[in-house]
Design a protein around this ligand. Structure first.
Ligand code: SAH
Length: 515
């Protein structure tokens, strides 16, 4: 008799990719966005959960570590149960869901219970690890065949499903998953069965992540060298001529910030943007929010100042954030840039100009340098010709310098805040632990308010006594750091996020040997 389906839901067995968040498929992201419930494994990079809706339920099912251990049967039951409760269940698994991923058991359990399911393939660790180490698995010069082997079964020495004799003679590339703990045993078995001790081999741990490590060696020496390098799971072992590698192909580890662990201390959105730029350069961003941006567009002061926008000669924005918040407010009223009438626009920084351009407005004046005094002086030069009634739309905490310069130069200035910056507390204990255990290379600061809030939460002595280097975006931020007695290791010469990153890059690789 055909089983009657209890309900409704569908389960998607989705591969999350090997580690780097960018390596999940488009289909995977689409499903995460639609999911009502996401059930994920230990090897999934939790950063991909950023795509999940806030209302969705997220369940973590580690199999081995932690207090709660999920047995496979329990996970199978959970999938069936959740499918009865909600419409879209995403079962997220590291790499590809079915390559050594027990996808078979989960799919079979769903089929058995009459639950609809789909399988969304992912990039498996074996392929990604090889490519991120510059190893071409099917290099046509030596390898017409590639084989994926589980190193876990090797544990079960008595009844292994691995044909060591066959594998030792295999003329191609062998990729072992789950083999680090058994590396000595694997090498021994292969050599004992006739493989050359000198066969090139490599182990790649935490592949595709900024913490990736690669050890290349002969088969015989690999276990010792891997131990000496402190290789820990998860790692992939590659054996065969292809593993000899070609350092010219080592594109990932030669990225400018590879291996650098950098704390970013802006507000939530600012940190996400900064972190993405760090990741692109091969570094690892650690987000620590120190501030929170609160729009002040409902204050009476703001509403009064903007009630007659078209009467000003100049409207001045000094940050992209200010532009975004201002236009959010304008949109909420159902209005657009036409409210400015013939008023001209001046901004500090290309980012601010770009933000304004997103709303269809071209800035009339963008000073070459990023400081208030440059903007002030330059604007006065222009204003002689274009009129002198000015509205400054800035942050509550902005310094008085710009308004003073303009007023001294004879401008009629109205100042109002578009947003205010408030301190925010983050998980300082976890950050302190990372600093103590030498897991942080840099702490970066992009504003004086971030500096104040950070050092309210993290003791300056901890930074002083560690290997951590402090990088500042410019003189005002450095000034705040120095006031608190913090040593500034690096000040960006161009005062924006790119400038800060370039500063760190040349500090790390002064000879500029990077891609
Ligand atoms: N389904 C997964 C594999 C799960 S088995 C996939 O397709 O990738 C777990 C093994 O995968 C680990 O023991 C390790 O060998 C490998 N692995 C997973 N992520 C890895 C990573 N980022 N770097 C190196 N190996 C990884």
């Amino acid at each position: 008799m055909k089983q009657v389906r209890k309900r409704k839901g569908k389960v998607y067995l989705v591969g999350a990719g090997p580690g780097d968040v960018g390596l999940i498929t488009l289909r995977g992201v689409e499903l995460l966005k639609a999911a009502d419930c996401v059930i994920y494994d230990r090897l999934v990079n939790p950063a991909v959960l950023r795509y999940v809706r806030e209302e969705a339920e997220i369940i973590y099912t580690p199999k081995r570590t932690g207090a709660e251990t999920f047995k496979q049967e329990r996970i199978n039951e959970l999938l069936v149960q959740k499918a009865a409760e909600v419409e879209t269940v995403v079962r997220l698994k590291g790499g590809d869901p079915c390559i050594f991923g027990r996808g078979t058991e989960e799919a079979a359990a769903l089929a058995e219970a009459g639950v609809d399911f789909e399988i969304v393939p992912g990039i498996t660790a074996g392929i990604a690890a090889a490519e991120y180490a510059g190893i071409i698995l099917s290099d046509r010069r030596y390898s017409s065949q590639v084989v994926f082997v589980t190193g876990r079964e090797a544990e079960d020495k008595g009844q292994s499903g691995i044909d060591w004799k066959w594998l030792a003679k295999f003329d191609g590339t062998i990729v072992f998953y789950m083999g680090v703990g058994n590396l000595g045993f694997i090498a021994e078995r292969l050599i004992e069965n006739g493989m050359s001790e000198d066969k090139p081999a490599a182990v790649i741990s935490e592949a595709t992540l900024p913490s990736q490590k690669v050890v290349r060696s002969s088969l015989e020496a690999l276990p010792g060298e891997s131990r000496a390098a402190g290789i820990q799971p998860p790692a992939i072992i590659i054996i065969g001529e292809a593993a000899r590698g070609d350092l010219r192909l080592d594109w990932f580890e030669s990225k400018a910030l590879f291996g650098q662990r950098i704390v970013v201390t802006r507000d939530g959105t600012g940190n996400l943007d900064f972190a993405a730029k760090i990741n692109k350069r091969g570094g690892a961003a650690v987000c620590f929010e120190t501030i929170f941006i609160k729009p002040s567009t409902s204050s009476s002061q703001f509403l009064k100042a903007v009630s007659q926008l078209s009467e000003y000669d100049w409207i001045v924005f000094t940050s992209a954030k200010g532009v975004r918040i201002f236009f959010d407010w304008l949109c909420s009223l159902g209005k657009d840039g036409r409210v400015f009438g013939s008023a001209r626009m001046a901004v500090i920084g290309n980012r601010t100009a770009e933000k304004l351009a997103e709303f269809g407005i071209k800035a009339d004046f963008v000073p070459g340098s990023f400081t208030s005094s440059q903007l002030g002086k330059g604007l006065l030069g222009f204003a002689n010709r274009e009129g002198r009634k000015m509205l400054l739309l800035r942050s509550e905490q902005a310094s008085a310098e710009l308004a003073e310069i303009l007023q001294k130069g004879g401008a009629e200035v109205t100042e109002t805040s578009v947003y205010t910056v408030e301190p925010r507390r983050s998980d300082a204990d976890s950050l302190k632990d990372k600093i103590k255990s030498n897991e942080i290379d840099w702490v970066t600061f992009a504003s004086p308010s971030s500096v104040r809030s950070f050092f309210d939460q993290v003791d300056k002595d901890l930074i002083d006594s560690s290997e951590v280097k402090v990088a500042s975006i410019g003189p005002v931020t450095s000034g705040q750091l120095k006031t608190l007695g913090v040593k500034v290791d690096l000040e960006a010469s161009v005062h924006n996020i790119e400038g800060l990153l370039e500063g760190i890059e040349s500090f790390v690789k002064p000879d500029g040997v990077s891609k």
